[in-house]
Design a protein around this ligand. Structure first.
Ligand code: 4AD
Ligand code: MG
Length: 428
């Protein structure tokens, strides 16, 4: 009977069939071991010459890695082991070329990235992609359960959401358009009809710096809520992070363990996340020996230092207005401070989320648009949102790849997205 890997545990002791690909092979005389890759799992197939006969055994020996196969055999769980293996009874082998370029030897990152379409088949990459998928699902589960509506934002946009320095410009039938940096401005339009919305889609940033945490195309999940203030927004983020981490760890414990992560260390259900004011974070950074003036944003090293001082995710709140986006509401009693926060992950990781309260005032927003040298015409639709029934509202954005990187512990963000786009690469 043909079963899926997920069903395998219910068939121990029985003869079943499974489909997949030969991921690896090794042999020692009269026995060969196939590592079968099937729907994201890796299962050992034991092939005995004595049982299979000369001809079948030789056919297996000749089959190149990545040959698709259908195996039939008995599923067994050897005593003291946690992984089920199949004792092969018969096999159907499909054709594949024998010059598969990725071998067991170590390849350089450029070679692997050039072959990303094949590299994703390797064990580690397959596991990372599984964790990413689980994370995306967890985000959606949390938001839908909380009564949010998904509202997809456009990719071609007339204006900048997150500053004008890293925009990708495209020719839109003779007019200038930009690839979206964030869905936020559109979700702000959505709250007046659906109250709680989120965008989930690609964001583009023409990041000219080569870092291990920046992509030029990443996926953002960006909730936005009417009537929510900045403090309540922080509480929402804490609940969101706790939920998604717990869910992913529950679903992907095996994958996380095999990537060297301790699942327990990724869950914070019973801890509360500290909220530091910008001024307090600045003091910590200065005490750590960094030079930094009030009003500057934390640089990567400073952020990493800060987050190495904490054992749980934590927030930095009330940044000076000059280091935050134009749409942020200032603190009511301290107009030099923005009601905006970053959430940082512990262990030296740095930023995972930026969020904040958006200004509800037409006049203040117009003033900020002008101060930032942005075009009033391009943002007139966004100003309209303040003209017709504006209410206090807040939201936040998290990068899926950043969170996948934190969960998996991989060094470089490029391994957390199926096909990474970076400063120097937009293929395959
Ligand atoms: O901090 P950012 O730029 O904030 C915004 O875009 C707001 N509009 C969010 C909002 O309030 N709705 O981006 C949000 C998150 C970052 O915290 C980070 O996790 C991720 O997106 N991010 C990137 N991930 C990979 N590569 C990049 N170049 C990224 N830039 C931001
Ligand atoms: Mg940010």
């Amino acid at each position: 009977m043909m079963i899926t890997v997920k069903q395998l545990k219910d068939y121990i002791g029985e003869t079943i069939s499974l489909r997949g690909w030969i991921s690896r092979k090794r042999s020692s005389g009269k026995i060969q071991f196939i590592q079968l890759r099937s729907a994201g799992s890796f299962i050992q197939i034991i092939c005995l010459k004595e049982q299979l006969g000369e001809e079948c055994f030789a056919k297996i020996k000749k089959a190149p890695v990545e040959s698709p196969i259908i195996v039939t055999g008995k599923a067994l769980l050897p005593p003291g082991r946690s992984e089920i293996e199949i004792h092969l009874e018969s096999i159907k082998i499909f054709k594949s070329s024998s010059d598969y370029p990725i071998s067991k030897k170590t390849h350089g990152p450029e070679f692997l990235l050039e072959h990303r379409h094949l590299w994703i088949r390797s064990q580690i990459q397959t596991k990372i992609l599984k964790i990413r998928s689980s994370l995306e699902y967890a985000c959606i589960c949390f938001l839908q359960q909380e009564g949010f509506y998904r509202m997809d934002a456009p990719i071609f946009t007339p204006s900048a959401c997150e500053g004008t320095t890293d925009l990708f410009e495209v020719d839109y039938f003779g007019s200038k358009a930009f690839l979206s940096q964030s869905g936020q401005l559109y979700s702000e339009a959505g709250i007046s009809c659906l109250e709680k919305v989120y965008t989930f889609g690609p964001c583009f940033r023409a990041e000219k710096s080569k870092t291990r945490r920046h992509l030029t195309e990443f996926w953002g999940v960006e909730p936005e809520v009417a009537w929510l203030d900045a403090e309540e927004n922080i509480i929402l983020q804490e609940r969101f992070i706790k939920f998604i981490l717990s869910k992913v760890v529950k679903e992907c414990a095996d994958e996380l363990i095999s990537l060297g992560r301790d699942p327990e260390s990724l869950i914070f259900d019973n801890q509360s996340f500290p909220v530091l004011l910008y001024d307090e974070a600045l003091e910590i950074v200065k005490k750590g020996g960094f030079e930094m003036q009030w009003g500057e944003d934390f640089r990567v090293e400073q952020e990493e230092y800060l987050s190495s001082q904490f054992a749980t995710p934590f927030f930095i709140f009330k940044y000076p207005v000059q280091c935050r986006a134009f749409y942020i509401e200032p603190a009511p009693d301290q107009s030099e401070l923005a009601l905006s926060s970053d959430c940082l992950m512990p262990g030296g990781f740095g930023e995972i989320i930026t969020g904040g309260q958006r200004t509800a005032s037409y006049d203040f927003l117009l003033q900020r648009i002008q101060e930032h040298g942005l075009s009033q015409q391009d943002f007139q639709w966004y100003l309209d949102l303040r003209k017709f029934g504006s209410v206090p509202h807040s939201g936040f954005g998290m990068g899926i790849e950043r969170m996948t990187r934190w969960l998996t512990g991989v060094k470089h963000i490029r391994e957390t997205i199926p096909f990474p786009r970076t400063l120097k690469r937009f293929s395959p």
